[in-house]
Ligand binder design. Structure first.
Ligand SMILES: Nc1nc2c(ncn2[C@@H]2O[C@H](COP(=O)(O)OP(=O)(O)OP(=O)(O)O)[C@@H](O)[C@H]2O)c(=O)[nH]1
Ligand SMILES: [Zn+2]
Length: 338
């Protein structure tokens, strides 16, 4: 569990601040009594934190300026830490983040923002039917996960409605970890994957994310929507991320987040997930996008010589092309859906 490590980190900072040669910041000494909290939800400028086992609501100290505080952040808190109703603590520091996951700017929010900090796993929730699986959405999530340093887990839901065979074939070359679930089935294998980790759940509307969360954390009472028979889309009933405790770890539900900022990710970043292709792409012309049909791309030469696994190259190229174009991989209207 990560909580122990957080306290060690905190001590670490203090030891260095005392013994090191670096001058302290002016505000630092005031906050030597700050305690560590974990941000579980953000709601209109109020931060719900867990201090040990105690929920505490906090506001951002003015000295923090415009810096963001997001779910998953480890923060230093001062003030009223009693957690009693109508009390407010203050967040005076945000600890360094081990990872950040960003969402794409869209119509509802023109700025690309960090949505979750310190996660280590991205659970890509995809229904086997109703709505139909969207490999392109999965691909974009994979690129985001690799880029953010989160380990992806493919969670295929509604197993009572469809067979996972084809999808699992599509992803077999990527050696993805996967679990197949249904609401009336055994969630044991999923729980095992979530245990002790900070996992972010993402999925298109209607794939059964809230249903899963409610089964995993009954107290969460996430609103279960209905798949619209005309659009194939579900209804998002809440819109901000929230961390919920599961098996010594956390799942972070991200309603309304359906795409990630991939614009800053270069072909090289994606290739980094395919170390066995390093030697080949080293022979590519500078700036090669490595996509199929690019003149001089060494992947084609090596493929023709039988030196690479075609399925791996195809997967890489699929991921590379998923970064382009449409930033909102919402299900397109599916009037034919039952
Ligand atoms: N057949 C079947 N239906 C399911 C299963 N899991 C969820 N559903 C249904 O799928 C619909 C959408 O489920 P939700 O849990 O609201 O999906 P969501 O991903 O949270 O959707 P949003 O709230 O729009 O993000 C609901 O009508 C659920 O009852 C399942 O395993 N099998
Ligand atoms: Zn190339």
């Amino acid at each position: 569990m990560t909580r122990g490590r957080r306290y060690i980190d905190e001590d670490d900072v203090r030891v260095r601040a005392r013994g090191g040669s670096r001058p302290r910041t002016r505000t630092r000494p005031k906050h030597e009594d700050a305690v560590e909290g974990f941000v579980t939800a953000v709601d209109r400028g109020r931060y719900r934190c867990l201090v040990g086992d105690r929920p505490v609501v906090a506001m951002k100290a003015r000295e923090l300026g415009r810096g963001s505080i997001v779910v998953g952040d480890r923060v230093a808190l001062v003030g009223d830490l009693s957690g009693r109703p109508d009390t407010l603590a203050r967040v005076v520091r945000v600890e360094e983040r081990a990872s950040v996951l960003r969402r794409t700017a869209d119509d509802t929010d023109p700025v690309e923002r960090v949505i979750v900090a310190n996660a280590d796993q991205l659970v890509i929730v995809c229904a086997l039917a109703d709505p139909d699986p969207q490999p392109r959405f999965i691909d974009r999530c994979l690129v985001a996960a690799y880029d953010a340093g989160l380990e992806p887990l493919l969670c295929l839901t509604k197993a009572d409605l469809g067979d996972p065979g084809d999808l699992l074939d599509t992803y077999s070359a990527l050696h993805l970890r996967s679990v197949v679930t249904r609401r009336d089935g055994d969630l044991g294998p999923l729980v095992e994957r979530l245990s002790g980790r900070v996992s972010v759940l993402v999925g298109s509307s209607g794939v059964g994310k809230s249903t899963l969360v409610n089964l995993l954390v009954p107290a969460a009472e996430r609103a279960v929507g209905h798949v619209n028979p005309v659009t194939g889309r579900g209804r998002h009933t809440s819109t901000s991320a929230v961390a919920l405790p599961v098996e010594g770890g956390w799942i972070v539900d991200t309603p309304g987040v359906r795409s990630f900022g991939l614009a800053h990710i270069s072909p090289g970043d994606v290739v980094a997930g395919f170390p066995e292709l390093d030697d080949a792409v080293a022979e590519c012309p500078p700036g090669c996008p490595h996509t199929a049909g690019t003149p001089g791309c060494a992947l084609d030469v090596w493929l023709a010589e039988g030196r690479l696994d075609p399925a791996r190259v195809a997967s890489l190229r699929r991921l590379l092309s998923s970064r382009e174009g449409d930033d909102h991989p919402e299900p397109s209207p599916q009037p034919e859906a039952p």
